[in-house]
Design a protein. Structure first.
Length: 285
């Protein structure tokens, strides 16, 4: 099969001098009526073209979580109930947990703390982020879902006093991402080789919700960054993305990622539909 490398203009955070005085933020809930309605101080843009290398044919041998921050694996999935929230909770999430345990040999415990459904043709008027079964638009900017501080905060939130003991071992956040029912052609996901990421290029950003302030990280462009994707990813192929790793002994501690527009999309392509599961992975080592 011919390689489907792409040259695209990914969207990166653009550094602004005001960030020295004001932390980057984005408000994703309704602002107070009568206020200035300033919802964000973020500025995104392009920085030339990036080559997104298609790794189809070598995805299973040359890329791994600790060396690159991502891994593609063939994992046939028998589940077909994505329109049923209860079935996702009772059937799909246990399947996803088992896959993460299979792929991370030293995983002592896996705890799923979030999951999301996305569609490339879906633009809701209002997003209720507390309703996990609601579809979200695809992510269109280069980012890492949670910062190190957000990892600590969420771990304490979900696991209470037990978290402090778990922090003594290795802690990771791993996302498991896959198409729902069709091969991906529209808006595939690009992943950045974590070993080429300067952590200083990840800008900590407040994500302000009605009842919480979460911290994510947006990526500044750097010529060292190398980007990859798997062309025509099928529902029986999963992508594992590392969001956080407490280990300093690995080359890749996280993996920025984003969707992108592919130039070779046929007019009959089905809009992308995908599911991602976010999990803590705890190890004693």
């Amino acid at each position: 099969m011919a390689s489907l490398d792409e040259k695209v203009k990914l969207r990166f955070l653009q550094w602004q001098g005001l960030y020295k005085e004001e932390k980057p933020f984005e408000i994703v809930t309704e602002t107070i009526q009568g206020s200035e309605n300033r919802r964000t101080n973020l500025l995104f843009g392009t920085n030339g073209e990036q080559t997104i290398t298609d790794i189809r044919g070598r995805e299973g041998t040359q890329f791994a979580l600790d060396s690159h921050g991502f891994a593609y694996r063939p994992k046939p999935c028998p589940f077909d109930g994505y329109d049923n929230k209860q079935r996702i909770l009772e059937e799909y999430l246990p399947w996803a947990e088992s896959i993460i345990k299979q792929e991370i040999e030293d995983s002592g415990r896996v705890f799923i703390f979030d999951w999301r459904l996305r569609r490339s043709d879906f633009t809701p008027r209002r997003v209720d982020l507390t309703e996990l079964h609601q579809y979200l638009p695809v992510a269109s900017t280069c980012h890492v879902d949670q910062s190190p501080w957000e990892m600590v905060k969420r771990c304490r939130k979900f696991l209470g006093a037990e978290a402090e003991e778990l922090f003594k071992g290795r802690v990771r956040i791993i996302n498991l991402w896959k198409p729902l029912s069709h091969t991906i052609q529209d808006r595939p996901i690009a992943v950045c080789d974590g070993s080429t990421v300067d952590q200083a290029d990840l800008v900590h950003t407040d994500y302000v919700r009605r009842d919480d302030v979460q911290e994510t990280m947006y990526l500044l462009h750097n010529d060292r960054q190398k980007w990859y994707y798997l062309s025509r990813q099928t529902p029986d192929e999963v992508l594992l993305i590392k969001i956080y790793d407490s280990s300093l002994a690995v080359k890749a501690i996280n993996c920025p990622h984003s969707s992108f527009f592919h130039s070779k999309i046929p007019p009959t392509a089905v809009p992308r539909q995908s599911i991602e599961v976010r999990a803590f992975v705890f190890s004693r080592s």
